[in-house]
Design a protein around this ligand. Structure first.
Ligand code: HEC
Ligand code: HEC
Length: 451
């Protein structure tokens, strides 16, 4: 079994324990009803209590992170289930109910059925989730189909391996900010459901043609000339005809986020996009990767149907070049930092620069979250009467902000409203070793405005 499925295993087992307790409770109640001489209230209370305790434990299991779940299951829940078995046996003995089969045999049957179900369930899982991508990111040999190309895009967006309990995030980092399912809104970034359809109408909007810059003008941040697909850097350019298409809009969204800013999602009166330029550091997608992401965006809302995709497939030479560049296993490992990495690498790996300005980290100019001047900020936060967290020191506050961002939601003085809650990922605790967390906190807690 793959390691990332462990927590599904525990969730499954713990739910089974509750079902088992429910089954026992039900069977006791039936017996009590059938037999006059048995004390229904007494036994009902005893087995009802077991059911409640085991259920509460099951609920608690879902709040635990993966590494604590196994311990909890074996040393907390399982003993309770064993005790339940003992009491169950005692019930039959003390009430002289001979007609029933032995509790142990019944429990044995029950858990055998559970194991078979579990085996079936875990076998079925990998198909549900992503299969690992071809080695080295892209397969060189032969022609790629559009389905494979769009799948490559999906892997760039969500990563090849999903870790249970962690949000799936690939090299493109998009899910840090965007959601993709209808009705799923994360606050400060547009939901990308239906973006293929929108891409065609966007380029015809007045807002597209004139704001924040006009078509034909150059965006300073990215150096891209708006609405001119024939003038984007050569290696990213598609081949004609040069009529502005939905594909061009999507590519431009990634290469020049500030060329068009979705209403309500920008800064400075919707003239500046907080989205990073995807083909520049820190994300730095290559042309093929960027095209793959566009292909995926064009196909994602019509599963199995690639008719809407207009992006060209990479040629075999492209593939060879890409292979050389990507150097192997990009995106195949789940994100995790051990603490042996230099601080800059830790911060870049975790993606903090996409949302935060961080003094001392080149390229950390993100704008979705507050600038990290924690040496100056933390005393203010701790003094704020709205602060309800547990931290007493700058160090503790920084740690709390990283592990549990919602403990306190920072107020954005400039915008006159709080920063959006729920945008900062809540699962950094699972991507960091203890050592890495210490190193990160030490660094962040001492940041202050430069100059
Ligand atoms: C740091 C947060 C952030 C990241 C990371 C990010 N985006 Fe965005 N994105 C935004 C914001 C904010 C907007 C809205 C402002 C704008 O139009 O640029 C946006 C807009 C877009 C749009 C235009 C949507 C529309 O309705 O027209 C597309 C397409 C898009 N992003 C795709 C992506 C993809 C694909 C990735 C990953 C490769 C990505 N984004 C990564 C924040 C982000
Ligand atoms: C997707 C965007 C995003 C990413 C990625 C992100 N943050 Fe945040 N962060 C925010 C937002 C938004 C806030 C403000 C809302 C809040 O307080 O929860 C915030 C708040 C904080 C605060 C509190 C700041 C203060 O002045 O009180 C700290 C510290 C922080 N982030 C550190 C980090 C670190 C370290 C990382 C990387 C490991 C990181 N963040 C990654 C969006 C992000």
């Amino acid at each position: 079994m793959l390691p990332e499925q462990h927590d599904i295993l525990w969730s499954f087992l713990t739910m089974m324990c509750t079902i088992f307790a429910l089954y026992v409770f039900n069977s006791i109640v039936q017996i009590c009803r059938a037999k006059e001489e048995v004390n229904t209230t007494k036994w009902g209370v005893v087995f009802g209590a077991f059911l409640v305790v085991i259920f509460v434990m099951t609920v608690h299991m879902f709040t635990l992170v993966q590494r604590d779940q196994m311990f909890f299951f074996f040393f907390r829940q399982l003993p309770v289930v064993l005790l339940l078995l003992l009491v169950w046996g005692y019930f039959f003995k003390s009430e002289d109910i001979e007609s029933q089969s032995e509790p142990l045999i019944r429990a044995g049957y029950f858990f055998a059925v559970v194991s078979i179900l579990l085996a079936g369930y875990t076998n079925w899982l990998p198909q549900q989730r992503s299969d690992p991508p071809p080695k080295g990111g892209i397969e060189l040999t032969g022609e790629m189909t559009m389905e494979e190309f769009a799948e490559l895009g999906r892997v760039i967006v969500f990563g090849a391996k999903q870790v249970a309990g962690q949000k799936a995030i690939g090299k493109g980092q998009c899910p840090l900010c965007h959601s993709f399912d209808p009705g799923d809104h994360m606050g400060r970034c547009p939901n990308l459901f239906g973006v293929e359809e929108r891409s065609h109408s966007r380029v015809k909007e007045d807002r597209y043609l004139n704001s924040p810059i006009k078509v034909g003008e150059k965006d300073q941040a990215s150096g891209i000339i708006k609405g001119k697909p024939e003038e984007i850097p050569e290696e990213y350019r598609r081949s004609g005809p040069y009529e502005l298409s939905g594909e061009d809009y999507l590519r431009e969204s990634l290469m020049c986020p500030s060329c068009y800013v979705v209403e309500g999602f920008g800064k400075a009166g919707d003239t500046v996009s907080p989205m990073p330029i995807i083909h520049k550091p820190p994300i730095s997608l290559s042309r093929i990767e960027l095209n793959a992401v566009v292909a995926w965006m064009q196909a994602k809302d019509t599963p199995g149907d690639f008719a809407k995709v207009t992006v060209p497939l990479p040629s075999p030479e492209d593939n060879a070049a890409q292979e050389e560049e990507s150097g192997g296993d990009d995106g195949e490992r789940p994100v995790f930092v051990t603490g042996n990495e230099p601080i800059e690498e830790i911060i870049n790996t975790l993606g903090c620069p996409l949302c935060h300005k961080i003094p001392g980290i080149p390229g950390a100019v993100g704008e979705l979250g507050p600038p990290l001047y924690e040496k100056v900020n933390t005393p203010k936060r701790l003094k704020d009467p709205n602060y309800k967290g547990k931290a007493k020191t700058a160090h503790e506050y920084t740690k709390e902000s990283i592990l549990n961002p919602s403990a306190y939601v920072v107020f954005n003085e400039e915008a006159g409203e709080p920063y959006p809650d729920g945008v900062m990922p809540q699962d950094f605790g699972q991507k960091l070793s203890v050592q890495a967390l210490d190193k990160l906190v030490d660094f962040i807690a001492n940041t202050e405005p430069e100059g």
